[in-house]
Design a protein around this ligand. Structure first.
Ligand code: 5GP
Length: 176
């Protein structure tokens, strides 16, 4: 799992990591959040609340979380045999998955500075109020995350962070 507060660049790093390692299978989450202007259509499986809740009732999620008024969930993974599942998930989700599978490896991705994180949130079109709420939540999430994770990686550059993650993966695969 790649976890951490919003705005640290988890999705970019997760996509690049999956592209760099063919034995990784990147899960696509469901969300009730509307798609942002310019956001990729396949960034999530975008659904309305009734559709989300119906899947949840059928036990179709590994975990779900509520984040700033919207629901997010990891569908029960269906990775091809031999592939490792990669989740990009917030800290509440990581805690749930860890409880279900104590062998799951959690990496907390953190921004190099609060300024860099605010800049990233603004750049993707969130308004000032939203940025402020997300930063407040982010500080809490980072503190909680540090208590449950196996590794902390600073996203000072996506390329460097992916390199570090490949090393972490290699070390865990070698020891399991
Ligand atoms: P955003 O709205 O910025 O795309 O995502 C908000 C937060 O929800 C981010 O921290 C993101 O990593 C997290 N998130 C995305 N998908 C899931 C999911 O399936 N489960 C959980 N628990 N969090 C998710």
């Amino acid at each position: 799992m790649i976890s951490g507060p919003g705005g640290v660049g988890k999705s970019t790093v997760a996509e690049r990591l999956a592209a760099a390692d063919p034995a990784l299978w990147l899960s696509r989450s469901w969300t009730t959040r509307p798609r942002r202007p310019g956001e990729r259509e396949d960034a999530y499986h975008f659904v309305d609340r009734a559709t989300f809740e119906s899947r949840a009732r059928q036990g179709g999620f590994l975990e779900t979380a509520s984040y700033l008024g919207h629901l997010y969930g990891t569908p029960t993974p269906e990775a091809p045999p031999g592939q490792d599942v990669l989740l990009e998930i917030d800290v509440q989700g990581a805690r749930q998955v860890r409880a279900a599978d104590p062998t799951a490896v959690v990496v907390l991705l953190v921004a190099p500075s609060p300024e860099a994180q605010a800049e990233r949130l603004r750049a993707r079109g969130d308004d000032d109020e939203h940025v402020a709420r997300r930063l407040e939540l982010a500080a809490r999430e980072e503190a909680e995350g540090r208590q449950i994770v196996d590794h902390v990686v600073v996203n000072d550059s996506a390329e460097r962070a992916v390199g570090e993650l490949l090393g972490i993966l290699g070390a865990h695969r070698g020891s399991s």
